[in-house]
Design a protein around this ligand. Sequence first.
Ligand SMILES: *Cc1c(COP(=O)(O)O)cnc(C)c1O
Length: 236
Amino acid sequence: MNNIAARLASVSARLVQAQARFGRTPDAVQLIAVSKTQPASAVRAAFAAGQTRFGESYVQEALAKMAELHDCALEWHFIGPIQSNKTKDIATHFAWVHSVDRAKIAQRLNEQRPDVLPPLNVCLQVNVSGEATKFGTCATELEVLATAVRALPRLCLRGLMAIPAPEEDFRRQRAVFHSLRALFENLNGKGFALDTLSMGMSDDLEAAIAEGATLVRVGSALFGERGGSGEEELLA
Ligand SMILES: *Cc1c(COP(=O)(O)O)cnc(C)c1O
């Protein structure tokens, strides 16, 4: 078993254990392998080990990898900040976008989603850490944004996403994820049929699963630290 396959097995075991520990049904949580900054060869190794969903944050980098991996049946999720001039590539090449945080971007994605493809799955990114991050809609503007996105026929509003500020304490990790879940339940109480909570990364996925995550986005625990050496080593 190569290193990526071993890491994938260990992350999958963490998901299984957390689902059991926190009373989630088996397979309630799906893994998105965050392959940003990783070479196509690393994605191929993870795919060979059974992983099909991949997350990317940079459009140009993602398109190059998709071209190299066109022979693999992969599901691509865009999880990075969205610039207006990149919406066409995102609408054309991805199955999901997790980082929609303003109506103007949603409208562009809707206009540019090709008719031959199914509607683009969308999560709204919410800023749950206050001043700590500049991305994401604030909670008070969420319902207005959700209402606007729901009206767009080429988008399918699936749920909410957050990237909390790093936090080591498990209970405090949970508290932030709990606040995203409360927003999710509030919208569903108002008739939105959301089914997706995209929350949890390498260092806090257990807390996210405890609070109802359905998609966790995991990079470094699968592929090693980004920007460090060791990509060759991972594929050895
Ligand atoms: C990089 C990234 C991740 C993965 O983070 P790790 O800590 O490496 O697991 C998840 N979500 C988003 C939006 C990211 O940009």
